[in-house]
Design a protein around this ligand. Structure first.
Ligand SMILES: Nc1ncnc2c1ncn2[C@@H]1O[C@H](COP(=O)(O)OP(=O)(O)O)[C@@H](O)[C@H]1O
Ligand SMILES: [Mg+2]
Length: 261
């Protein structure tokens, strides 16, 4: 007897898809009877696949053709999930940044988010106006979509965030806050672009502190030089950002200068 209650969904071990080389995700299971339609398909094979999918046996009980059948199904499902993630990203990214492509570093960061989100340091992208911070951030979100991982991301400029969270009658701004901070990856653009008021400082603090405590990765940008971050954001926010973020410093001229509108 045990005095611990285990929810039904936890009683059966999950399929170890990583062992098959399949990225994490929630996939529809294959129909074992479809195996009969393949050249090597047999009744016994379909039965073994059925037992594997019902977690009665491990994948090591499957014959090579059966394993191929299962793996191919999940590879197709993972590719569909990846295409959906990219389509979703392209429907959300502001048009200006739709062609932003990730650097190898940005891609590597996205991969660590999918494998070890709680130990991945957030990104703090710093640089003067027009050096490509927002472009860089969206390229990272594209890299994340391209991994195909089922991760929820959200993107806001700090100004839009404050507008969303400002108390208004008939609106539960606390519920909005919970929804925003709950994203797997949160991108907040242009921190400290405007001088913080007591209220915006408090909101920013709660937001950053929540992400900090939950060890959830984020992407933040600011055009405030590192040495002035404490003055611009206040000690509590700046010290958390410094601890939780890897810094990406963008340099160069304002790319907007000389650009056709
Ligand atoms: N690596 C890049 N390649 C091509 N265009 C870029 C690149 N980085 C930025 N841009 C373009 O330069 C302009 C300014 O970039 P943006 O990211 O908006 O700057 P910031 O956020 O630093 O003010 C935008 O039109 C953007 O699309
Ligand atoms: Mg910007």
């Amino acid at each position: 007897m045990t005095n611990h209650w285990t929810p039904p969904s936890h009683r059966r071990p999950k399929l170890d898809l990583a062992a098959l080389g399949i990225p994490a995700g929630r996939y529809i299971l294959p129909d074992p009877t479809d195996f009969l339609l393949t050249p090597e398909g047999t009744n016994e094979g379909a039965a073994r696949i059925h037992d594997y999918l019902n977690r009665k046996t491990g994948h090591d009980t499957l014959q090579p053709a059966e394993l191929d059948f299962v793996r191919q199904h999940f590879l197709n499902a993972a590719e569909e999930q990846r295409q959906r993630a990219i389509t979703h990203f392209e429907s959300k990214v502001p048009r200006r940044y739709i062609s932003a492509r990730p650097t190898d570093l940005a891609t590597a960061w996205a991969h660590t988010v999918t494998t070890t989100p709680e130990t991945t340091r957030s990104l703090l992208i710093i640089g003067p106006t027009g050096t490509g911070k927002t472009h860089y951030a969206y390229s990272v979100l594209r890299a994340l979509a391209e991994t195909g991982a089922a991760l929820k991301w959200a993107a806001y400029t700090a100004a839009d965030l404050y507008a969303q969270l400002r108390p208004r009658t008939g609106r539960d701004s606390e519920a909005t806050f919970e929804q925003i901070v709950g994203a797997d990856v949160l991108f907040v653009d242009d921190l400290a672009a405007a001088k913080l008021t007591e209220w915006t400082e408090e909101v920013t603090y709660r937001l950053i502190n929540h992400r900090y405590e939950q060890c959830k990765p984020g992407i933040f940008t600011s055009n405030v030089p590192p040495a002035q971050l404490r003055d611009a954001l206040g000690e509590r926010i700046a010290s958390r950002l410094t601890e939780m973020c890897e810094r990406v410093a963008l340099k160069g001229d304002d790319r907007r200068k000389g650009m056709a509108a």
